[in-house]
Structure formats: C-alpha cells, structure tokens
Design a protein around this ligand. Sequence first.
Ligand code: CA
Length: 485
Amino acid sequence: MNRRSFLKQTSLGLAATTLVPAQKTPRPNIVFILADDIGYGDLSCYGAKQVSTPNLDRLAKMGLRFTDAHTTSATCTPSRYAIMTGEYPWRKPGTNVLPGDAKLIIDPAQPTLPRMLQSAGYKTGCVGKWHLGLGNGGVDWNGEISPGPLELGFDESFIIPATGDRVPCVYIEGHRVVGLNPKDPIAVSYLKKVGDEPTGKEHPEYLKMPLSAGHDMTIVNGISRIGYMSGGHSALWVDEDMAGVLNRRALKFIDDHHKEPFFLYFATHDIHVPRVPSAQFRGTSHCGVRCDVIRELDDSAGQVLAALEKYGLMENTIIIFSSDNGAVVDDGYADGAAESLNGHKPSGPLRGGKYSVYEGGTRVPFSVTWKGKIQPGVSDAMISQVDLLASFAAFTGSKVAAKDSQDISGALFGKAKTARTELVEHAGARLGLRQGQWKYAGAGGNQKAELFDLSSDPGETKDLSQQKPQLMKQMAQRLAAIRAS
Ligand code: CA
C-alpha cells in the first residue's frame, strides 16, 4: 500500500471507527442487468419510437453503447450458459432450452463468472431468471434444491427456476422454495398431468390470456403453462407482481452489500412471455403489452440506478445492461403483441429475432457504464457476452481457463475501438460465423448455407453465396475448425 492510500484508509477508518480492509487491486462493484428477449430495436436509445426507455437511455448515455454486441445464442438457456461459463454452448450437448425440472447443466467444477468474482473478493448475488437447471435430476421441490446458483459461486440467490411460462411457478431462495407449506407439497412433471389442477387444454374458458401455441398445461394465476404441477399453493407467484418482487430483491442485495465489493447478476423476467405487467405499467406504451413490459423493465433498471446513486456508488460501479437473445413477438400466447406493434420494429433494422441465426437473433442492446472511468460514447466493436468471463478475469487479475472467452476489456472500457475479429452465432441447428462485415449463415434444418455483406446489407436480404463461392468455402472451413477445436 502506498503512503497516500494508507493515509486515506486510516482517516476513513478513524471516521467510521472501523477498520477498512486494505486491498491490492481496486474492486469496483459490478451490476449486470440481463433482460429477457429484448431485441436490438426495443429501446429508444436503439431507435425505438413507440416506446420510451428513459432510464436505460440515461444509463447508455453515461457509458458506452455497443452497436455490434452479441449473445452466443438466439435462446435463453444456451445464451446464459455461455455468460456463466465462457464456453460456446453448442459445444456441450443438453444446453438447449430446458424444461423447468431439468437438472443443472453446469458442472460445479467448471469455471464460472460468479465463482471467479467470488474468489476475487466479491460478494456475489443472483436475482431473477435462472433457466440453467437445478439439482442432479428428479429434483424434490419440497426439500433442499441443490446444486444450483450457490454451488456455482453465488453467495446468495433468489430466482425463478426456469421461465415465467414454465412450471414450477414459485420463487427459490438459496436451496428452498419460498413460502411453501409442507402440508401442500409440490409435484411437477413435464410428461404427464399431476394432481387435479385444471389445464389450458381442458379449460380454455378459465384463461385470462388465450394461447397461440403450446402452453396448454397447468393453469396458474389464470395463465396456462408449459409443464404440469400441483400443490404449493401458498408459494405460487403472481405474474403481475413478479417484476416488483425481483426488483425488491435486487435492491435488497445492494442495501445489504453496498459497503463491500459486490457482483449483482440481475436477470429480469421482463420481457419474456407471459407478458403480464403490473397495473402501473399496463397501457403505458404505444405498442401494446409487449412494449408495456419494456416500460416495466426500464423502471426496474431505473430503480437499480437510483439505489446506486443513493449510496454514492456510481463512480465505483460498472453497470452492464444487455439481453439474453433477440426479439420475439408471438411466443405462444395470444396477448395482442403482434396486432399492436404500431410500426415498432423489435429487431430494428436487423433480420430475424429469437430462434434465428440472422443478426436479429443474437445482436442485442449492450451498454457498459462506469462513471468517471469509461468515456461516454458509441462503440462499433464486435463483442460477445461469452467474453465477460475472460474480460473480468483480466480486470481482477484472476486466472480462468475458458477457451471461447476472449479478453475484450479494452473495448469494454472504451480503450480500444475493436475487439473480436470473428464470432460464432448459434440458433438451434444453425451456426453462423461473423468475420468483420461478412456473415456466413450455415446450413441447418431445411435451410441451406448463405452469405451476407453486412456493410452494404445489414438486413441480410441478399444472399451472396453464388457470387462469392471462395469466401463461402473459406468461412465454412473456418467454422468447422472452430467447432472441432
Ligand atoms: Ca430469452
């Protein structure tokens, strides 16, 4: 410790009459707000006109807003797997979208983002949507639910196990379902009906939101879900309250840990289906319920910002905002989202969205803010969320072995204009490869391979595979080499 910091810490220690522990390396807090299914065009700072997102806009304006930031995958589970492990999810079988009773798909022995930060001296908290599986298979929802977030390096967790549209519809804190009455045990199955609860298929007249596809199993809170459950009545969530419940837990984590370095992974349920905003936000946009929940998401982010400002932590906190995959409009419930777009383009100028290998599948809003440390602006660097592990490992001086995760901290903190030279994009059976302006969309399902020049054709409308066979071949070979590596 140098003399100046020694004096500073000593005087702080005297003022607070407690000892401030010495630290070798600065440890700014890290808050990662991960929205669900927010598309590239869904925020006003990314061009949306029919819905405004003043808090997320303010956050982006205080920091760096990226125009070419990606999730690894166009759906929730694989995308989140990559954030946690720094590994492309398509390397590992079983990382596709999981049912709500799936076992944990990350081996507790794997390196993870939260464990790396925990080892670096951070208090780590996980709030919100999990969707990476829990337990070792055949989880007992009435007992200890483990392994889960706590076994992967989070000190605290308050989660929804999978998604809002999948059972079980309960919150889990640590290893236990919150508010469970042991006399009313929970049973869950994704194979057959359990208990006597009505299903959407049998009783569509009970539904407050009609279905468009699937989602016709157990009805909870007037909404039928994917999967069957019975029991646990005292523990069931109320969809209208979910954003508030999760937000309060995120704020509690900041309240509890504002005096020590903390990492908060705040994975909102908004704006995934079922889209059920609280009364405060219903009808507050010009593009239907999907945009109303964007407003609700924006408010959640605003409350986190306000808490950090209240504690004077803005200069000592890195705040990242992003989404886990691109936009979807009709995702199984007939909630009027498609009919009410009113000109709103959820993917902005990009083609495709959630489930798609086109840019709209994986290119998402991404901002990083660190007041006084990161020069505000816009970055066109190509980055991926899979890089957060290696980048924050480099930042904290930690060692991790994660082959797909690159240290892009230069671009992340605005010191470099470029980052990745290539990037794999993933949507179900299709893989894509980005190399600068070029986009190779590999074959998969019934679709053949395609090639696009994003510099002249950002909307991927003109397939150049016939005009540029040599480049097609090179990129196909490169993608195959990355897969084999
Ligand atoms: Ca998602």
